[in-house]
Write a protein that binds this ligand. Structure first.
Ligand code: KIV
Length: 271
């Protein structure tokens, strides 16, 4: 039987077992109670309360504006819905870059106030002191390397990262550093598939990819993107499982017509 079918509750140790036994890890983002309930009941391994909530839930152009309070609100809504999945919560921009004490107090707020099971942070060597301090407090940390959207103004564009030798070398050494520090997994975003596969082979902890090819230990997508709710985002790495934008749009049009024509409510839809 697969580990996925066997376990009643996914923990960081279950994810490590999945990697060790060659079972791929499934992860999706989630930001609210109703969606998280459906995702969890479908049997996803990890729900990431991503700071992409800043884009898909709040309509911001980048992930930078979302606050710690807003992340805690989203995360606590998700936690209330979840029975089986591991809930990982993004540390938002500005909540950990200052110093390691500030980082620890932000991580503690997330764990205490949302009930999430782990946190995720973007970066390698430059934030290692904060990662160490948070891990020392017993909070599981997921790393995030490659295209790290909180640094979008440094990168300038959302193009594939680590294509060049020096950036690729740095990414490998950062991944090893995160593993040595004690992170339980790493997200690799939008990097060449061959590099992601090399990292997954060279580190023992699970590597979860988004736009990083199939040679890693698991995959993550933004739930609104894979459901086709957002019809303006069509990168090559995205597989759309639905065109919910179209279906929802049609339903709303139909409802408007029904109300305007008096067809809704009918005899059976009233008291
Ligand atoms: O915020 C987010 O949704 C993420 C994923 C893209 C990995 O960090």
């Amino acid at each position: 039987m697969s580990i996925h079918k066997e376990v009643k509750k996914v923990t960081t140790h279950v994810l490590q077992r999945m990697k060790d036994e060659g079972e791929k890890i499934s992860m999706l983002t989630g930001y609210d109670f109703s969606m998280a309930k459906i995702i969890d009941s479908a049997g996803i391994d990890v729900i990431l309360v991503g700071d992409s909530a800043s884009n898909v839930m709040a309509g911001h152009e980048t992930t930078l504006p979302i606050t710690l309070d807003q992340m805690i609100y989203h995360a606590s809504s998700v936690v209330r819905a979840v029975e089986r999945s591991l809930v990982v919560v993004d540390m938002p921009f500005g909540s950990y870059q200052g110093n390691s004490l500030e980082a620890l107090s932000s991580a503690i707020r997330i764990m205490k106030e949302s009930g999430g099971h782990a946190i995720k942070m973007e970066g390698g060597e430059e934030i290692i002191e904060s990662i160490n301090r948070i891990l020392t407090a017993g909070i599981p940390v997921m790393g995030h390397l490659g295209l790290t959207p909180q640094s979008i103004y440094k990168f300038g564009t959302y193009v594939v990262r680590a294509k060049e030798g020096e950036e690729a070398e740095r990414l490998i050494s950062d991944a090893k550093l995160l593993e040595e520090a004690g992170c339980f997994a790493i997200v690799l975003e939008k990097i060449p598939a061959a590099l992601a596969e090399k990292v997954a082979k060279e580190v023992r902890i699970p590597i979860i990819g988004i736009g990083a090819g199939g040679g890693v230990d698991g995959q993550v997508l933004v739930v609104h993107d894979m459901l086709g709710i957002n019809n303006e985002f069509n990168p090559r790495f995205l597989r759309k499982y639905h065109n919910l934008y179209k279906e929802m749009h049609n339903s709303f049009e139909q409802y408007i017509d029904d109300v305007k024509s008096g067809d809704f409510p009918n005899e059976g839809e009233q008291y």
